[in-house]
Ligand binder design. Structure first.
Ligand SMILES: Nc1ncnc2c1ncn2[C@@H]1O[C@H](COP(=O)(O)OP(=O)(O)O)[C@@H](O)[C@H]1O
Ligand SMILES: O=C(O)[C@@H](O)C(=O)COP(=O)(O)O
Length: 425
């Protein structure tokens, strides 16, 4: 296998979002969980997205894991490696975007790295270095209340400068609009003046194409699915990847019982859960009881097993921002998050034992905990449920066939859970 593009994603939902974009742009793509084992049977692909659960761990660990993934990709022929971050730049001042970017830049020998989380299809645009989520700046969006990494500054030049050892420049939309050659000249100027990375504005898909064409001339880039789109289109345009080479996974039905787990507390997920209550049984976990011990998981599994024969069920830990803050005050942010993620993993394991073969998971960290527990080594991309969320078919898992959907907390329309199950047959 010779890779045209290697990608390192800092969470599993983000990885499936990127794998979806690359597939839709014509790249044969596989999503792996961590660096694939040598004996994992993978199809011939143009791109591999290695999923890490590295967004909220210590920066030094995130760097170590990302470097190992980069090394693996380079050894498989990847000239360019994309570090896939969240389109809402989810991170804290302690990292992990800056430290990983710095390490990959040094390893690659690049003098300057292009960075953009823009993904216009999902309403993420960057103008003058400021990230907008729909019509509002990042710091006014629901991301200001994220349970693990609340975002309070929409100026990404400032945000990244707090995380990185290098100076962070800006390539503004006026420069991007002048085309790839002007962007290259601007980057040369920044690099000569000691800038090791630059936030680049993007509002339209055409901006991403310009950015992709420039980024492909470098060894490393940092961005969300929009950067993936730009790189994929540039690869196809350059003839390095055959257009329309992507093959969607076979739609052979998997059958079996279906269930949904929600650990995301985003506004979008809370609305989707409320909507799901109209069409399927929904159990709201008591987060306090979840942290207290295993009885709440057992209660939820008993509840689900009584209903799974009749149709899909949804189990949610999700709470409103006020409730999340109150719980975190009592137990600590990381401890509360970790305990709930592990409970979600216990639930997923129990549900699969009870015959679930179609599983929808809402939340990035939550998906990471669930997929790790299920021991799934990788996924092929199927139909698109919503922008950034594909149906995934597990590969390399021994016993039963499984379909999953790993939904970023913020993605999907109000009827997401129904939409997903409708495509996961
Ligand atoms: N009721 C709750 N109170 C506090 N934290 C919660 C609650 N429910 C879930 N969590 C935690 O919030 C975090 C949500 O993050 P994640 O799953 O990545 O969702 P998103 O995709 O919205 O970012 C996880 O660590 C999860 O365990
Ligand atoms: O880029 C995005 O917004 C997503 O692909 C993503 O990374 C999702 O992260 P979570 O919201 O934590 O699921």
């Amino acid at each position: 296998m010779t890779l045209a593009l290697g990608c390192i994603a800092d969470d599993y939902t983000g990885a499936s979002d990127l794998a979806n974009t690359l597939t839709r742009c014509g790249l044969r793509t596989v999503q792996t969980i961590g660096i694939p084992a040598d004996d994992l049977q993978l199809p011939e692909v143009d791109a591999v997205v290695v999923s890490l659960k590295s967004r909220s761990i210590a920066a030094s660990k995130a760097v170590e894991k990302s470097r190992a993934a980069e090394k693996w990709m380079r050894s498989r022929g990847a000239d360019h490696v994309l570090f896939k971050i969240c389109s809402t730049f989810d991170s804290t001042d302690a990292g992990n975007i800056g430290p990983v970017m710095d390490a990959l830049r040094i390893d690659s020998g690049d003098s300057i790295v292009l960075v953009t989380p823009a993904f216009p299809e999902t309403g993420r645009t960057v103008y003058q270095g400021n990230l907008f989520v729909g019509a509002v700046p990042l710091n006014e969006s629901p991301l200001k209340d994220h349970p693990l990494n609340p975002m309070h500054d929409s100026n990404l030049v400032r945000v990244l400068a707090r995380q990185s050892v290098t100076n962070i420049g800006l390539v503004d939309l006026g420069v991007v609009a002048c085309g790839a050659d002007v962007v290259r000249t601007h980057l040369d100027g920044l690099s000569e003046n000691g800038f090791g990375a630059a936030i680049i504005d993007a509002v339209f898909a055409s901006d991403l194409e310009t950015i992709g064409a420039v980024a492909l001339g470098h060894r490393v880039s940092v961005g969300a699915s929009g950067m993936g789109l730009g790189l994929a289109r540039a690869l196809v345009a350059s003839g390095r990847v055959k257009a329309n080479a992507a093959t969607s996974i076979k739609d052979t039905p998997v059958g079996g019982a279906a269930a949904c787990l929600a650990g995301s507390c985003s506004q979008a997920t809370l609305q989707q859960i409320a909507r799901a209550e109209q069409v399927m049984p929904v159990l709201h976990l008591d987060p306090e009881q979840v942290i207290a011990g295993g009885a709440e998981v057992q209660r939820a599994l008993g509840w689900a097993k009584e209903r799974l024969g009749k149709g899909p069920v949804l189990i949610a830990s999700s709470s409103t921002p006020d409730q999340v803050t109150a719980l975190q005050k009592r137990h600590g942010r990381d401890a509360a998050g970790h305990a709930i993620e592990q409970a979600m993993a216990d639930l997923a394991e129990g549900l699969v034992r009870a015959g679930v073969q179609r599983l929808v998971v809402a939340g990035g960290e939550t998906s990471g905990a669930v997929v790790d527990r299920l021991g799934i080594p990788g996924f092929l991309v199927g139909a698109e449920i919503a922008a950034g969320v594909p149906v995934l078919r597990a590969v390399g898992a021994a016993e039963r066939q499984m379909l999953l959907a790993l939904k970023s907390g913020n993605f999907g329309g109000p009827a997401f859970f129904e939409d997903a199950l409708g495509l996961m047959t």
